[in-house]
Write a protein that binds this ligand. Structure first.
Ligand SMILES: Cc1cc2nc3c(=O)[nH]c(=O)nc-3n(C[C@H](O)[C@H](O)[C@H](O)COP(=O)(O)O)c2cc1C
Length: 187
């Protein structure tokens, strides 16, 4: 059966490059189903609100993650680190401690920037957070997209750079295999 992969984008910006990268994934990989999981309506994390199933947007967000076989995070880097909106979203997915939706969840990390360092520092922090949530972050393989403005069509705003498209395709195909490996480990 084909795997169901949730995509979480760490930018709320309408013309986000990372959202654009996320949008190109389904056309590159047909061996999985993809679903975008929005973090835009989540409140700021507050343990006083984190009772029972939590506020409605949190409940829907957690349920969406629970239904997936794995999640791909596609995120920018802010001030050499993880964007606050993404950290907030991962914190909401990390509770309740013993039954959180990220426990044992296969996860992959992708990032794009107009800069030259490809979101390396942000990805380190995202991996550190996912590690704390007991997710299974795909090891070794990394997906850093630098100088994104040179790799898209400025009018259609689609990813046109052929080597980046192949890199993204290979990364996501490997992620599908990673989901299979983690599922076998947890059988
Ligand atoms: C507050 C702020 C901090 C930023 N810090 C970094 C950074 O540390 N490294 C980097 O590569 N880009 C940084 N940028 C530039 C972003 O990579 C750029 O705005 C990018 O387009 C954001 O991703 P998006 O297009 O998906 O929204 C920063 C942007 C903002 C607004």
């Amino acid at each position: 059966m084909s795997k169901r992969i949730g995509i979480i984008v760490g930018s709320l910006r309408e013309n986000s490059f990372n959202q654009m990268i996320a949008n190109s994934i389904p056309e590159l990989v047909d061996s999985a189903e993809f679903e975008y999981i929005s973090i835009a309506d989540l409140p700021l994390y507050n343990a006083d609100l984190d009772l029972g199933e939590g506020p409605d947007p949190v409940k829907h967000y957690r349920e969406a993650i629970r239904k997936t076989d794995g999640i791909l995070i596609v995120s920018p880097e802010y001030n050499s680190g993880i964007p606050g909106v993404l950290k907030n979203a991962l914190d909401w997915a990390s509770t309740p401690t013993k039954s959180a939706v990220l426990i044992n969840k296969p996860a992959g990390v992708i990032g794009a920037t107009p800069g030259v360092k490809g979101t390396i520092l942000s990805q380190q922090q995202i991996r550190q957070t996912l590690d704390a949530t007991q997710s299974y972050v795909m090891p070794a393989q990394k997906m850093y997209i630098s100088q994104i403005t040179d790799k898209i069509d400025s009018i259609t705003r689609k990813l046109t750079d052929e080597s980046t498209r192949k890199y993204l395709q290979r990364y996501v195909q490997s992620f599908v295999q990673w989901i299979n490996q983690v599922q076998r480990l947890n059988e």
